[in-house]
Design a protein around this ligand. Structure first.
Ligand SMILES: NC(=O)C1=CN([C@@H]2O[C@H](COP(=O)(O)OP(=O)(O)OC[C@H]3O[C@@H](n4cnc5c(N)ncnc54)[C@H](OP(=O)(O)O)[C@@H]3O)[C@@H](O)[C@H]2O)C=CC1
Ligand SMILES: O=C(O)C1=N[C@H](C(=O)O)C[C@H](O)C1
Length: 247
């Protein structure tokens, strides 16, 4: 069966990547390509919608697609668990709502890095995240850092974050200090640093090329038609084979 995909954010870097993947895949077909000026009605009739736009635009796109019964894969950042809860309530309240798959990071290395961080979290009292992205990124902290911090917070409760009221100590997300760098020359990188008794552990993931997102985008697009409700994270679509699966 061919899956017809409507791409929101089609003129952007991620949107262009999605268009190429859809063109190359025999089981995917482009239904519509939307930019910031497009009517969302263009999505109607698609089997799956793909949102890679702007944190300020994503909620309207997600609600439109879900409300129209179109499953949507959301790659746009800026979705905290609090905002996701609002969409979950919306989906629960609409019997015919399309499924919503929030994927903070399509890269398998990043997903594993987050899973390893969740695994390590109960063993360390000091945990901080340093993320670096290209200078054009409009949101901070990154969606990946928010997701990682939320999973760490859920796995262990509060971390030790001395003097967290000082601005240079970062932004607390689920009690975890997150430091965001925005630098020319960088694509994306995340370091989760754990401080213990006489030791530190650092889990680093570096995105070197957008090709790292390709397999995850294809997996999410192919999974969406069969999905229901709200899913968060590519790990939910993968068998990571780790204890304490990252949910
Ligand atoms: N989940 C993941 O693995 C990844 C997620 N991302 C996230 O994806 C998003 C897009 O990233 P990227 O492609 O680099 O961004 P770009 O700036 O390259 O592209 C943004 C796209 O969104 C559109 N857009 C901007 N504002 C609006 C609006 N108000 N309504 C509708 N469409 C709008 C733009 O259209 P126009 O041309 O008309 O302005 C453009 O097509 C970001 O949130 C980023 O953090 C990025 C990489 C990986
Ligand atoms: O804007 C980006 O580039 C990225 N955004 C996502 C995020 O906010 O985590 C994913 C990836 O880090 C690239």
């Amino acid at each position: 069966m061919t899956i017809r995909v409507a791409v929101a954010g089609a003129t952007g870097k991620m949107g262009q990547l999605a268009l190429r993947l859809i063109e190359e895949a025999e089981d995917l077909e482009l239904h519509a390509a939307l930019d910031s000026k497009s009517s969302l009605d263009l999505m109607l009739g698609a089997d799956v919608a793909f949102d890679v736009t702007h944190p300020g635009a994503s909620a309207e796109i997600v609600e439109f697609a879900a409300g129209a019964g179109i499953p949507i894969v959301v790659g746009t950042s800026g979705w905290s668990s609090e905002r996701i809860s609002e969409i979950s309530a919306f989906v629960r309240g609409h019997a015919d709502a399309g499924a919503v798959l929030f994927i903070p990071n399509f890269s398998i290395g990043s997903v594993l890095g987050t899973a390893f961080a969740k695994l390590a979290a109960p063993f360390f009292d000091s945990i901080e995240i340093v993320e670096a992205h290209h200078a054009g990124k409009v949101d901070s902290p990154s969606g990946t850092a928010v997701r990682t911090a939320e999973l760490i917070g859920a796995a262990r409760g509060p971390v030790a974050a001395p003097h967290a009221d000082q601005r240079a100590r970062g932004q607390l997300v689920s009690g975890v200090p997150v430091h965001s760098l925005r630098l020319a020359g960088v694509a994306a990188e995340q370091r989760v640093v754990f401080g213990g008794d006489g030791e530190t552990l650092t889990i680093t993931h570096s995105t070197l090329s957008p090709s790292s997102y390709e397999a995850g985008i294809l997996l999410a697009l192919r999974s969406a038609p069969e999905a229901s409700g709200v899913t968060v994270g590519l790990d939910a679509l993968l068998d990571l084979g780790l204890p304490g699966t990252v949910r």
